[in-house]
Design a protein around this ligand. Structure first.
Ligand code: SF4
Length: 352
């Protein structure tokens, strides 16, 4: 097992993860978008499977060099809603706080791929961090702060603890949510010290784990999640729907069940954003809706995430799951037609 994170095409080639014939094209990809594969992820990749779903998420692909006209550098419009550097204030009661723009791995479909990585934006300096905290203090409507980035768990533990404590000391901030891939891609980083840094005195911390394939919930990842949940920190999941990774009902169901087994409540299934050079990884919205319909019929309600789309440009997140009810032919005064899981149509009476 490699002991260092792989960060170049040469290192990937030496590790047997990319063919020599692709080197030139992949060097071009790596010059444009960051590359990082942790030892845990390298170990999860099946080198004998040319379509390995873990490799597909992290190994650069020449297809990334082809951008489509509808793709954009800031697909969900973070910058349009950033009043001070590091803050995105899109919805009244919550903000994103981006302290860092680095990650333990770089996902080939990343919606912030133009911002993250060693060639991307810099982490916040102390001055800018203070300005971000000041903004949160000055806006009493902010009930929740979402630490994202980048991956906030790359921060050294003392800095993470300081961030959590600073936010916890703001009276109106009640919830601190941490978005991370770390428990799955570098579970050894989830130490007792790190977990204790996540706990906010008198406030509630949630950790949202981003994982896209059930194999990412390895025994070590499950143990890392258990350390978080055992400390009284509830966990949620985030998954991106990706072609060739999880766009079949068996894989998606196994992933959602794995989350629930780890005491992680499935939260969001994201329709992949229009990030540059990611068209080969997106599926259609109809495919996503069909998968949600199939999952509704076969796995527990506990395992159902909300299928959501971030409207390009920054208008926010909306649920785009399948619809099961419509007004009757004569209008809602006449009642409704409800489609059952097995496809059957049933009448539901109007309000009387
Ligand atoms: S961990 Fe998140 S921010 Fe980092 S590369 Fe992956 S999707 Fe992007």
């Amino acid at each position: 097992m490699t002991t260092d994170t792989l960060r170049s095409i040469a290192q990937l080639r030496n590790a047997g993860l990319v063919p020599a014939a692709q080197t030139a094209a992949l060097e071009q990809v790596a010059a444009r978008y960051a590359v990082a594969i942790t030892p845990t992820v390298a170990e999860l990749i099946d080198r004998d499977d040319p379509n390995d779903p873990i490799a597909r998420q992290f190994i650069p692909d020449p297809a990334e060099l082809a951008s489509q006209p509808q793709e954009r550098p800031d697909p969900i419009g973070d910058d349009a809603f950033s009043p001070v550097e590091g803050i995105v204030h899109r919805y009244p009661d919550r903000v994103l706080l981006k302290l860092v723009h680095t990650c333990p791995v770089y996902c080939r479909f990343c919606f912030r791929r133009e911002m993250v990585g060693p060639g991307g934006r810099r982490g916040l300096t102390a001055d800018k961090r203070d300005a971000a905290y000041r903004y949160i203090r000055q806006h009493p409507e902010i009930w929740e702060v979402i630490l994202t980035g980048g991956d906030p768990l790359v921060l050294p533990v003392p800095r993470l603890r300081a961030a959590v404590h600073t936010l916890a000391a703001i009276d109106h901030v009640k919830i601190i949510r941490v978005h991370t891939r770390m428990p799955a891609v570098a579970p050894e980083r989830i130490t007792a010290e790190l977990v204790s840094a996540l706990r906010a005195p008198g406030k509630t911390t949630y950790v949202a784990l981003h994982a896209n394939h059930p194999r990412e919930l390895s025994p070590a990842a499950r143990a890392a999640c258990a350390r978080i949940v055992d400390a009284g920190i509830p966990m949620l999941s985030q998954t991106v729907l990706l072609r060739g990774v999880n766009d079949d009902v068996e894989t998606l169901s196994a992933l959602m069940r794995a989350f629930v087994e780890c005491r992680i409540k499935p939260y969001y299934l994201h329709h992949a954003d229009l990030a540059p050079g990611t068209g080969h990884l997106r599926v259609s919205i109809e495919t996503g809706q069909q998968l949600m319909r199939q999952m509704r019929g076969r796995v527990s309600g506990l395992c159902q995430p909300a299928y959501v789309l971030d409207i390009p440009g920054g208008a926010g997140k909306v649920p785009i799951g399948p619809n099961y009810i419509s007004a009757a032919a004569g209008g809602a005064e006449q009642g409704y037609e409800v489609r059952a899981i097995n496809g059957g149509l049933h009448a539901y009476p109007p309000r009387t």
